[in-house]
Design a protein around this ligand. Structure first.
Ligand code: FEO
Ligand code: CA
Ligand code: CA
Ligand code: CA
Length: 693
């Protein structure tokens, strides 16, 4: 994301908030409330090194800890913060640039041009812009060759176009077609996903030119819709009419974090997609809750005249203007807001939007522990202030032979098209409840059910946040990435920040709650949970609070130092050894003045010498180490690994003035003003060993 594309509007107008006294009770129960007041309680917590921890809360969880290599430790020294037009890594490591924006994927694209003059057709056949979530799929188990799937979240018009786009078309009479159409088309094609065949040759990673695996999915690519919403008349548009289908949508937008599947496909998550549309009419309650607006679509594509295919640009205006849905694009956005499955190994296959997994601003998704005979479970957060955390539980039970499926999208349909979507309620005493978003679920305080109000499951899915409001989900401080510990099965989520939490103003709907306890949560936090014996129960605790090192004891609750201070945790990925990698999208000056965005490492399953599950506090904060710092202006987001853990891929999004032209050395500073290019950076160890240990 996106501190640039984040929509600060609070769409959750519901009143789901435990009162602040609940928090005091919560901390008191944990024996940390020494004297009155929430902040005093936090001070006491920090000094014990147990940050709001109920370290016994996971003892009854149903996950079975895997055998654990007790010798696993982080074998590098935390690096200092840095503020340079270059990346920083620990000594003994190297970094190289791979597949920056505009890298040709096939011979239909001209090489990237330094003056920004590449055409939309070049862009359609080249790597997209603003890299975000990604995953490495090895070819035949190789750690030196594979398919890198990369999300392209949004665009920087200034870098994309020759002279920047100082004059965005906001009125029809300001547009000079066809230039504007060509320009908008290039923007649309710079979004989406790249599938990039990469190979390590003589120590250098590079794109395999013209590989048949190289592939692009953009904000215009036709995709299939499956699950409960497929076939709904609420997908009907002039385009679906022309195609004679009600199970298709065009394009994927604002692809932020990602997931992948146990059967070897990629999942890309549609995050701040509502902003790409404009709605100038009277909205339904559900449309208003999702967050459409009348102030114009983000890139004004709806204003471009000169559709070369039906609705190419006009579809971004979802205002009802015709007699019915075949005469306008009122239903266009109903095809967006999903998790999308891509089979990178079948370049001719269509992407599939898996609607059963819910419709909201998906940050990313992660699967829970995979066990034979148990459902497949996915977690996904809705990135917005006061938004919710969801999980999807498949109807089908896992059959391990499906890991080797030769029809991967059919396997995706088997596990991801039918199941139950739940939303999280975080309660006192470290307890939590997953509330199913199904027709029979009662709406508290009424004698109605979700089905009674919303009808079909398709309509419940289309109105996921509204349904979640009604069943009293817990409003969180902007849920970003989720990650599942391969050793313990615990699920982690970053809550990046929420400066609108306010316990003292007149509004009660923005009050703190038991899982989001900080007023003006400027620095963010990470919580974790373990599933209970039922699909509807879990137990949770705080893991880490972001803070500047200079923060007072009431702020720096995890005792961070200059070696690991962080704000706005965002990207969150476990590698298969159990190392948790935390990436930041910093919005807080107090940390930003000391370091650019960064990536830190910690091994949660090794934090405690007593065998219980410790959280991060002043006594063990040195186990959290800074591994990587990005260049000026950038966000560090997206992480992938080769199977041998000897190559790490990290994405640099929206750098200010990087990388320098003609260099593969990611650490080389750029001295002149350059056209910045989002890129993947590959980290290797100089002794060819495993990263980080
Ligand atoms: Fe795309 Fe919430 O970051
Ligand atoms: Ca993010
Ligand atoms: Ca308040
Ligand atoms: Ca973010």
């Amino acid at each position: 994301m996106s501190k640039f594309t984040f929509d600060p509007t609070i769409y959750n107008k519901s009143d789901n908030k435990p009162i602040s006294t609940v928090l005091e009770k919560e901390l008191s129960r944990r024996g940390v409330l020494k004297r009155g007041g929430i902040l005093a309680a936090f001070g006491a917590v920090a000094s014990t090194g147990l940050v709001g921890c109920d370290s016994s809360s996971s003892s009854s969880n149903s996950t079975t800890p895997a055998s654990q290599d007790s010798s696993l430790t982080l074998g590098f020294d935390s690096i200092p913060g840095s503020k340079l037009d270059s990346v920083a890594v620990p000594s003994g490591y190297s970094a190289q640039v791979l597949a920056p924006w505009g890298t040709p994927l096939n011979s239909n694209a001209n090489p990237w041009k330094i003056d920004g003059s590449n055409t939309s057709d070049d862009q359609l056949n080249s790597v997209g812009m603003h890299h975000d979530g990604m995953h490495f799929f090895p070819l035949e188990g190789s750690s030196t060759e594979g398919l890198l799937c990369v999300n392209h979240e949004y665009i920087d018009r200034k870098a994309l176009h020759p002279e920047g786009r100082v004059h965005a078309p906001v009125k029809y009479d300001e547009i000079v077609p066809p230039f504007a159409a060509e320009e908008a088309r290039k923007e649309i094609y710079a979004h989406g996903v790249s599938v990039i065949h990469i190979r390590l040759t003589s120590g250098v990673w590079d794109v395999v030119a013209n590989s048949p695996y190289n592939n692009r999915f953009t904000s215009a690519t036709e995709m299939d819709i499956s699950g409960p919403v497929a076939g709904s008349e609420l997908l009907q548009t002039p385009y679906t009419e022309s195609r004679g289908k009600l199970n298709i949508a065009r394009g994927t937008m604002n692809n932020c974090g990602n997931g992948h599947t146990p059967w070897g496909t990629y999942l890309t998550c549609e995050e701040n997609w509502p902003g790409y549309f404009v709605h100038k009419g009277t909205m339904t309650e559900g449309e208003d809750r999702i967050g459409f607006g009348d102030r114009g679509s983000r890139y004004q594509w709806d204003t471009i005249q000169g559709d070369s295919v039906i609705g190419e640009f006009s579809r971004f205006n979802i205002t009802p203007t015709g007699a019915n849905a075949t005469e306008d694009y009122r239903n266009e956005a109903n095809g967006h807001g999903y998790i999308v499955e891509i089979d990178p190994f079948s370049p001719g296959s269509k992407a599939v939007k898996r609607t059963a997994m819910g419709r909201f601003r998906h940050e990313d998704c992660s699967f829970g522990k995979v066990e034979a005979g148990k459902p497949i479970v996915y977690y996904s957060g809705h990135d917005g202030r006061f938004e919710y955390i969801y999980k999807f539980v498949s109807k089908e039970l896992w059959a391990p032979e499906d890991a080797n499926s030769t029809n991967k999208l059919a396997t995706g349909a088997k596990y991801l098209d039918e199941g139950v979507l739940y939303v999280a309620q975080f309660n006192e005493s470290g307890k939590g409840v997953w509330v199913p978003l199904v027709a029979s679920t009662p709406i508290p305080g009424t004698d109605e059910t979700l089905g009674g109000r919303l009808g079909s499951l398709a309509n419940i899915i289309l109105n996921t946040p509204l349904a979640a409001d009604w069943v009293k989900a817990t409003p969180m401080d902007r849920p970003e990435w989720t990650a599942v510990d391969p050793v313990t099965g615990s699920v982690y989520v970053t809550l990046t920040n929420n400066t609108k939490r306010n316990n003292t103003d007149d509004s009660t709907s923005n009050d703190t709650n038991v899982a989001n306890p900080r007023d003006n949560n400027k620095f963010g936090h990470i919580i974790r949970w373990d599933e209970g014996s039922e699909a509807t129960s879990f137990s949770w605790e705080f893991f880490l609070f972001g803070s500047p090192a200079a923060g007072d004891v009431q702020t720096n609750l995890s005792g961070l130092t200059s070696a690991n201070e962080l704000a706005s945790p965002d990207g969150l990925v476990f590698d298969d050894r159990g190392i948790l990698w935390v990436q930041t999208d910093n919005g807080a000056d107090e940390v930003e003045e000391n370091t650019n965005d960064q990536m830190l490492a910690i091994i949660p399953s090794e934090l405690s010498s007593k065998g219980d599950k410790a959280v991060l506090g002043s006594e063990n904060q040195d186990q959290l180490k800074r591994f990587f710092v990005g260049p000026n202006g950038s966000e560090v987001t997206g992480l992938a690994f080769t199977g041998d853990n000897k190559n790490f891929f990290i994405n640099i999004q929206h750098p200010g003035n990087w990388p320098a032209y003609g260099t593969r050395n990611a650490a080389e500073a750029s001295s002149d003003d350059v056209r910045p290019r989002a890129a993947t950076v590959v980290i290797t160890k100089d002794d060819s060993g495993e990263i980080a240990v």
